[in-house]
Design a protein around this ligand. Sequence first.
Ligand SMILES: [Fe+2]
Length: 242
Amino acid sequence: MNNIINDIEGKGYAELPFGLEDAVNESFSSFKEFLKLDLEQRKQWTFPIDRKLNSEIGYVPREEETNQMTGHPYDYKDVFHFDLSLLNRAVEKKLDIGPYKDWFDNLTLIYNKAERIAEDTLKNISINYPDIQNVFQDKQENKGVLRLLNYHMINRDEGVIGLGHVDEWLLTINIAENLPGLKVGAGTNSHILMRDFGIAIVYPGRKLGNLTSNKLKPLYHEVVRTDGDVGNRMALTFFFDR
Ligand SMILES: [Fe+2]
């Protein structure tokens, strides 16, 4: 655990074994199948905007050609947000969970493991940065969210398919990707992370930066295409807390 904190302090992120490779692979395949449904069917799995996430839970429809926030053409990515409220929301809406049960079981497994890692990491960080302890005092369940991403690999300037930014919350765990393409750092220090499947990348978001006077800096990152051909990039990321 100390290595994680030293790595975050030293290079901005840490690598750690996450495992659950089968669950991750299967959740990618299930997401691909889900995306084959008609838009109207997919949109049944869109639940109201989550206050802190400021985005929908479940399927996040992308129907505009231009990103209203950035003014750039859309990144052409499909997003699905999973958290522990999703199943109840589906039951309330009388949706048939049956065909998706394995998918949601896998995502629940992944969610729980990611949340445990995030909490353990933050507890350890809080030994040196006590201001973080406040965020645990109002701890409720289900404070994180899993984001499944499917990038359509539309070519952009210099291969960028996800614009550079820092994440907003305390900690991000980039659990898996099917192709390399997560580019971290800015300027001459930036580099694409190469890692084995099953190894997660953990890094601070803006909220953790604020709580540590930016000693644990939010990690600037973007997503680039690296396969040299048209294909789909899939990624699975956990955000905590939101
Ligand atoms: Fe991000």
